[in-house]
Ligand binder design. Structure first.
Ligand SMILES: Nc1ncnc2c1ncn2[C@@H]1O[C@H](COP(=O)(O)OP(=O)(O)OP(=O)(O)O)[C@@H](O)[C@H]1O
Length: 597
């Protein structure tokens, strides 16, 4: 997307509030009137109060036959009052512009942040594997301000500046054409400076924001992993890595700032030289009688006042460049097609829990090189109400099977069906409503334990929550916490043990009344007595549910209706505990090993 397209797209967000924007611009333009009027009373003081020029015809036309314009002391008093009005009016309108801009900007940033957040929620896990969390955070908390900058630093100042400059140039043309032409000659020079600097400013600014994203990603990752860093006493190593990232960001920041300020200095130089030329030529023409002293004062006043709109315009150009770079980072996400697709007419389903894998193959993209296949030709069927255990060495592909079942990814070949329907024909939300998942490393949110358990079933009553917590062997320890079920889980749930977190996650899954329950190493952090109690409760809770269990523990696996052994991404064996022991191959070997150890 090129610069013009990007700015046009950003403007579309702003034009949703066209009424507010127009009002803001009108207020800004009324402020311009005060700005343009500012030097006028001083000209009249010089020419008509101190000097003895005839009162300008325009003024007598405005005031009619009023006598005060011809009485010097009364005219002076009127001009002093007028100056006060102009000053106060200018201040009021410029304050109003700031407030209205912020009020509008707030809504714009809010809208864009929510749109971005909604899109991020839909992105596939492949997207999250390829993008760093810290960088995404920078985009959603920082880069979204582009819509505010587009109003505050580009649209409003550009319009006000152009009108302000136009009005001042008009007055100058009326006063003296030669001087007005000198003032206008600044414009092509400013355009030339912009043409020279546009590309370097765009490139260095884009690089600065990219490095900033990388730096926040690194800081975010290292703070999340602070326990590991401290336990390995590797603070120094991480510090050195951070130093490198910070230095890269510093270099990028320096380059962008140097290029940006050089451009600003160049524009200031051009306008400054033009002001000097105006002053010289203006005074010369005054001496020749083309201008009154008061007119020359207006010129000098305008030339210095012209700095403000010219600077605002050049700042608007610099801001546009930053806005373009940053909005590209926002639109990259909004335009990304890396979402799990839903076919038109996808159906909702209250599943019974019949799941079939039909010759499924699947793999992951790698950051360098071709994608890597991790599952090949997987086929099996689970009937409603059955318990299936997926077993196999680490890295065999067990969790990948579960990820396919939840449609975090789609198979490369083959397909998976639920109640006879290809998962891709189902509405994503409906598919996942039918499933309840406990992960090996359960994540709890920084909300109360009650809300964590109710996460999958917000309507559940307190009795149901307690029942699920009791079944998950979590009720007793929750009751002993300072605020019981209302205890808020700390950041990253650092205050709970691994086993406590697992039990809350199991309670959460029990409470969500989905027909399919998926347990990925759900009890790895629990002692065998607690585990046995949970599985006893599971028999009751999971009646008529289809249950997937990934586990290395034979105490968990042996009672399953069927056991699938995955090895090197393929189904190596398939049967019941007794069948597989009798076969005396992979499963029997694993079983023997665990018993001996
Ligand atoms: N997001 C991913 N991107 C790339 N490769 C991945 C990804 N997730 C898993 N893999 C790779 O796919 C293979 C299978 O991983 P998977 O997590 O399915 O195995 P697993 O049997 O569940 O292992 P474990 O018992 O250790 O949890 C592994 O080699 C793993 O490195």
């Amino acid at each position: 997307m090129n610069t013009v397209q990007l700015l046009a797209r950003l403007s579309r967000y702003v034009f949703r509030y066209a009424g507010q924007l127009v009002f803001l611009i009108i207020i800004g333009l009324l402020g311009v009137v005060f700005e343009v009027l500012k030097p006028l009373p001083i000209k009249l003081v010089i020419d008509n109060v101190l000097g003895s020029q005839p009162v300008p015809a325009l003024l007598t036309r405005l005031t009619g036959p009023a006598a005060f314009v011809h009485d010097k002391s009364q005219l002076l008093l009127a001009l002093v009052v007028f100056t006060g009005v102009v000053t106060i009016g200018g201040a009021v309108f410029s304050a109003a512009v700031v407030r209205l801009t912020v009020a509008l900007g707030r809504k714009l940033v809010y809208d864009l942040s929510l749109e971005l957040y909604r899109k991020l929620q839909q992105m596939s896990l492949t997207f999250y594997a390829q993008n760093k969390l810290g960088d995404l955070l920078t985009r959603i908390t920082g880069d979204v301000f582009v819509v505010y900058f587009v109003v505050a630093q580009i649209i409003v100042p550009a319009i006000i500046s152009v009108v302000c400059m136009g009005a001042m140039l008009y007055v100058m043309v009326q006063l003296d054409l030669v001087l007005a032409l000198i003032a206008i000659s600044v414009v092509p020079l400013l355009i030339l400076a912009l043409a020279l600097f546009f590309k370097p400013m765009d490139q260095t600014t884009a690089a600065q924001f990219a490095r900033q994203g990388e730096l926040s990603a690194f800081v975010q990752q290292s703070l999340t992993g602070i326990k590991t860093i401290q336990s390995f006493a590797r603070e120094q190593l991480m510090f050195q890595k951070l130093e490198q990232q910070a230095a890269d960001f510093g270099n990028a920041f320096q380059k962008a700032t140097v290029v940006g300020t050089t451009y600003n200095q160049l524009t200031a130089l051009i306008t400054g030289l033009a002001a000097a030329a105006l002053l010289g030529v203006g005074a010369y023409r005054g001496l020749q009688g083309h201008l009154t002293a008061g007119d020359l004062f207006i010129f000098i006043g305008y030339v210095s006042a012209l700095y403000a709109p010219v600077n605002a315009l050049s700042t608007a150009v610099g801001a546009a460049i930053a806005v373009v770079s940053r909005s590209r980072r926002v639109f990259e996400i909004l335009d990304s097609e890396d979402v799990v697709p839903e076919v038109p007419g996808a159906v909702a389903l209250d599943a019974s829990g019949l799941i079939t894998f039909h010759d499924v193959s699947f793999g992951y993209a790698t950051s360098s090189g071709p994608p890597r296949e991790v599952l090949q030709g997987i086929s099996f069927q689970v009937l409603p109400g059955q318990v299936i255990a997926i077993v196999g060495p680490t890295g065999a592909g067990k969790t990948s099977i579960i990820s396919l079942l939840l449609r975090f990814y789609d198979p490369w070949r083959g397909h998976i069906s639920l109640d006879g329907l290809d998962l891709r024909e189902l509405q994503l939300q409906s598919l996942r409503e039918n499933m309840s998942l406990v992960l090996q490393e359960p994540l709890l949110f920084p909300i109360s334990i009650l809300d964590n358990i109710r996460f999958g079933n917000p309507e559940a009553t307190m009795e149901e929550v307690v029942e699920a917590a009791q079944a998950a062997q979590a009720h007793d320890f929750i009751r002993k916490l300072p605020d019981g079920y209302d205890t808020v889980v700390g950041e990253l749930s650092a205050t709970l043990s691994g086993g406590e977190k697992q039990r809350i996650a199991i309670a959460r899954a029990f409470l969500k009344k989905a027909p399919i329950l998926i347990l990925d190493e759900p009890t790895s952090a629990l002692d065998s007595l607690t585990e046995a109690r949970i599985f006893k409760a599971l028999d009751r809770f999971a009646q008529r549910k289809t249950v997937f269990i990934i586990s290395h523990k034979f105490s968990t696996i042996r009672h399953a209706d069927q056991i699938v052994i995955i090895k090197d991404g393929q189904v190596a064996e398939h049967g019941t505990h007794q069948d597989l022991l009798a076969r005396g191959e992979v499963y029997a070997d694993l079983y023997k090993h665990q018993h001996i150890s």
